[in-house]
Design a protein around this ligand. Structure first.
Ligand code: ADP
Ligand code: ASP
Ligand code: MG
Length: 406
């Protein structure tokens, strides 16, 4: 008998028929003698709809209340699945985040899991219940409802799997595994049989939303094997695992993109010690994550400074930028929220040169202008106009020899 955690994403629970399909898959595994814990997302589109409702009232709803609102999406699907399982004659119970003792910090909207008690889950499992847990949510030390950031049900699943020392965490979604690029925009993308935690971390952080990045961090830390697979077929998906000897070492293993970016440039900033701190301290203080930062060469004691932020934070970051610009006597602040980031990743890149030049010449041959560049040991990212990003993914996928051979 194994203990299996199964997580179903929004499209997999999009309506009652689909939740019945989930019930059937769960029962199949349970009837084989396994203990099963199910983690659910809200129905596809529900979280977005709830946020929209709140934003019809105000542009800046209080984050605590927004979390209380968003968490209802997962409450609905968890209860519905429990009702379906019970109506089929199975012992099942739904639990909200706090009932499953998912304790988090109080960073509403993006809370981090501190620990998971899971006592109630364990007792229910001992009594052969199928336990259905609402994903994406926990509660802070004061008992406030918190959410774990968009896509956070993946993290709920892996963290609960780690707390229960489950044999496997299965992530069921609308694609049948992790691909070399988003299969919905790159039809030549190839499904990977295996991917290492490190490669998956890199891809997730660069936009491959098939797994939320924090779920991969948990999986790596607690060595939880993760199986990404389709809700709608029985096919094996992709195993996300720790490094294995003899794993294929391609120079580039994936091409990813992120559309939710924005760029801000501060013009003619005085080139003096302490200026960067003056600009970025209030931005960090507002909880805004800056990604790339580029400072141009100095001209007459002044320099231009460009950085990127998540598009959701663009307006706020521009306001802060304008107020700092006045304070430090910078000339102007300009912004662009129509940009996107395209990246190539691969551990094999460490020992190879020429990847960057190949990336640049591929984009050039498609007439795509590069606005910013950043690199690490195992990735190269370019900022381009958003309208070009899908073409960029496809062109790079072909150029790096990743296209599947039919
Ligand atoms: P869920 O609602 O099940 O959590 P998500 O929409 O969060 O599903 O994640 C699945 C989506 O991730 C796919 O539909 C696909 O478009 C996207 N995706 C992006 N990059 C990749 C990739 N490299 N491999 C697989 N899917 C990817
Ligand atoms: N429902 C949440 C979201 O849409 C969490 C998730 O689906 O993982 O972000
Ligand atoms: Mg998701």
């Amino acid at each position: 008998m194994a203990l299996i955690v199964k997580k179903f994403g929004g499209t997999s629970v999009g309506n009652l028929a689909k939740i019945r399909n989930v019930a059937n898959r769960v029962i199949k595994s349970y009837d084989q003698g396994n203990n099963v814990v199910v983690i659910l997302s809200a129905m596809a589109g529900v979280t977005d709809g709830l946020i929209k409702l709140a934003k019809q009232i105000t542009d800046t709803p209080q984050k605590r209340e927004l979390d209380a609102l968003m968490a209802t999406g997962e409450q609905t699907t968890a209860a519905l699945l429990a009702i379906i399982l019970q109506s089929m004659g199975y012992k099942a119970q739904s639990l909200l985040g706090f009932q499953a003792e998912v304790r988090t910090d109080c960073a509403f909207g993006n809370a981090r899991i501190i620990d998971i008690g899971a006592n109630r889950i364990k007792t229910l499992l001992e009594n052969r219940y199928i336990v259905v847990v609402a994903g994406f949510q926990g509660s802070d030390l004061e008992g406030n409802i918190t959410t774990l950031g968009r896509g956070g049900s993946d993290t709920s699943a892996v963290a609960i799997a780690a707390a229960l020392k489950a044999d496997c965490c299965e992530i069921y979604t609308d694609v049948d595994g992790v691909y070399t690029a988003d299969p919905n925009i790159c039809k030549h993308a190839r499904k990977l049989e295996k991917i290492t935690f490190d490669e998956m971390l890199e891809m997730a952080s660069l936009g491959a939303k098939v797994l939320q990045i924090r779920s991969v961090e948990f999986a790596k830390k607690y060595d939880v094997p993760v199986h990404v697979r389709s809700s709608f077929s029985e096919e094996e998906g992709t195993m996300v695992i720790s490094e294995e000897n003899g794993m294929e070492r391609l120079i580039v293993t994936g091409v990813t993109y992120k559309k939710d970016e924005a760029r801000i440039t501060m013009k003619k900033v005085p080139d003096q010690p302490g200026i960067a701190a003056k600009i970025f301290t209030p931005i960090a203080g507002a909880g805004i994550n800056v990604d790339m930062i580029i400072q141009n060469t100095r001209q007459g004691g002044q320099t231009d400074l460009t950085f990127t932020v998540p598009r959701d934070d663009f307006k706020h970051a521009m306001e802060i930028g304008r107020s700092v610009a006045k304070e430090i006597s910078a000339e102007d602040v300009i912004g662009d929220d129509g940009i996107a980031k395209v990246s190539v990743t691969g551990v094999g890149m460490k020992n190879h040169s020429g990847v960057a030049s190949k990336m640049f010449s591929t984009l050039a041959s498609e007439n795509i202008n590069i606005l910013l560049i950043s690199t690490s040991e195992i990735r190269i990212s370019c900022i381009v106009a958003e309208k070009h990003v899908e073409l960029a993914v496809r062109a790079l996928h072909t150029a790096f020899g990743l296209d599947k051979t039919e």
